[in-house]
Design a protein around this ligand. Structure first.
Ligand code: EPU
Length: 424
């Protein structure tokens, strides 16, 4: 145990009530990079107060930009007068999403250096597709001393990019690079995640001509280097954070209402909860999950949006431990995203792992013990499981959790969870 980290204790509880606000990690796409394309001060509302945002703002500052908060969740970012085009490793290594500065910086300045993101617990997570696409747009790229050094002295040129794999940050990087490039960029096999859609919509509302928004074929007419006046925008509610509370409610088989959500972003998740027997009522911006007589087993395959998200896989595995029967969960996006299996087993779950597929045999009586949070979503799976485990569970290394969840213990506490943050 280190003295630096925190741990959370939680005890058996039945959750009940409302959760009102979500805006977290996936918002990174919106925060860091768009201002880099802007001529004006960009106002962002509903900014998440999570640890992962800090490196993004720090990086903005390092590049010569400024930011100020008018309240906890509203920030204004100005990058009109950037002085530096080097994103150093001390920041990039703390957060992979900082690679999102590569496209906009290169397109705007014709050169930049960005530290290569370091490996990550859930798998390799390369950036080869980002680099290949930028090369197709005319960039010369070399990797030197851990940095991507990119040059395009005459600016980037529109190109037809065909992504071999669907990549969320890769699509966002190229959309932003294309926004300032000369000519039109067409992207085939683009990511359709709501965060990418919002990025495109904001650029469109700010005057960049983009078609195909929300589809796998995007077309972006570049401004030829002219910076854009970016309209103020609200960060969309975090669908993974919301989905996590649905699983927390599901495992305790209780009624919980989520307010200020986008149910349309959660259809794959609610579809699986319904298959498990839960009734879910939705309005345009609320969702209520109701208890079920029997939690049924489920079959899940993680895929790109609009299919079932990899970022909800661990939470559903926790929930599947309480289903009456055998669930299967196949992970297709990240090769190593099963580290929560051994921790759930420590709590008493019956899970067999075979390659990329986990078989969960339920229901298991879980009993509290010490477990380790291994990545962001695995951490929330531990907390979800701890809610119905007998006795007390200590979840160590929850710094992972703070990267993407805003006040998780307060929100779960308000629902009735017996949860406490301790110093370790
Ligand atoms: N890939 C490549 N080459 C590339 C880029 C991606 O092979 O150049 C592969 C990856 O290794 C992976 C797949 O393509 O197998 C998809 O990766 P993607 O690029 O879409 O992932 P990402 O953009 O790095 C974002 C989220 C992740 C989320 C994934 C998948 C952010 C900041 N991160 O990552 O979020 O799991 O999309 O939806 O938006 C999390 O929230 O816990 C999290 C890890």
């Amino acid at each position: 145990k280190s003295n630096m980290h925190n741990s959370t204790i939680t005890d058996q509880t039945k959750l009940q009530g409302n959760v009102k606000r979500y805006a977290a990690k996936q918002a990174a796409l919106q925060i860091i990079a768009k201002p880099l394309l802007a001529n004006n001060t960009v106002k962002i509302v509903n900014m998440p107060a999570v640890v992962d945002i800090k490196p993004l703002l720090k990086l903005t500052e390092n590049l010569g930009g400024t930011f100020s908060f008018s309240d906890t969740n509203t920030v204004e970012i100005n990058t009109c007068c950037l002085t530096n085009t080097i994103a150093t490793d001390d920041i990039v290594k703390t957060m992979r999403a900082t690679i999102l500065v590569l496209g906009p910086l290169l397109s705007r300045f014709g050169h930049c250096e960005v530290s290569l993101p370091v490996g990550c617990a859930i798998g390799q997570r390369p950036i080869d597709l980002h680099l290949k696409a930028l090369e197709q747009m005319g960039a010369n790229i070399t990797i030197h001393a851990g940095y991507v050094q990119a040059e395009a002295p005459d600016g980037l040129q529109g190109a037809h990019i065909i992504f071999d794999k669907i990549t969320v940050t890769g699509t966002a990087n190229i959309v932003m690079a294309a926004a300032l490039a000369k000519g039109t960029t067409n992207i085939t096999n683009a990511a359709r995640e709501p965060e990418v859609v919002q990025l495109c919509e904001i650029l469109r509302d700010s005057g960049v001509v983009i078609t195909g928004i929300g589809t796998a074929e995007l077309s972006i007419a570049g401004t030829g280097g002219k910076l854009v006046d970016i309209v103020p925008f609200d960060v969309i509610p975090d669908r993974i954070e919301a989905g996590t509370y649905l699983c927390a409610a599901g495992i305790s088989n209780s009624t919980v209402t989520l307010e200020n959500v986008r149910p349309d972003h959660l259809e794959a998740v609610t579809g699986k909860l319904e298959e498990m027997g839960f009734d879910i009522d939705t309005t345009e911006n609320t969702m209520t999950i109701h208890p079920t007589d029997t939690i049924k087993p489920v079959t899940i395959v993680t895929q790109e949006y609009p299919a079932f998200p990899t970022d909800m896989q661990a939470q559903f595995m926790a929930l599947a431990t309480q289903a009456e029967g055998t669930s299967t969960i196949e992970e297709r996006l990240f090769e190593n995203r099963f580290m929560h299996v051994s921790e759930l087993q420590r709590l008493g779950a019956d899970i067999k792992l075979n390659g990329h597929t986990a078989t969960v045999i339920g229901p298991s009586l879980l009993s509290g013990t010490d477990v380790m949070a291994t990545d962001l979503r695995a951490s929330s799976a531990m907390v979800i499981a701890a809610n119905i485990a007998e006795g007390t569970t200590q979840v160590h290394r929850i710094y992972h959790l703070d990267r993407g969840y805003e006040n998780l213990e307060k929100k779960l506490g308000d629902l009735g969870a017996k949860i406490e943050r301790l110093s370790e």
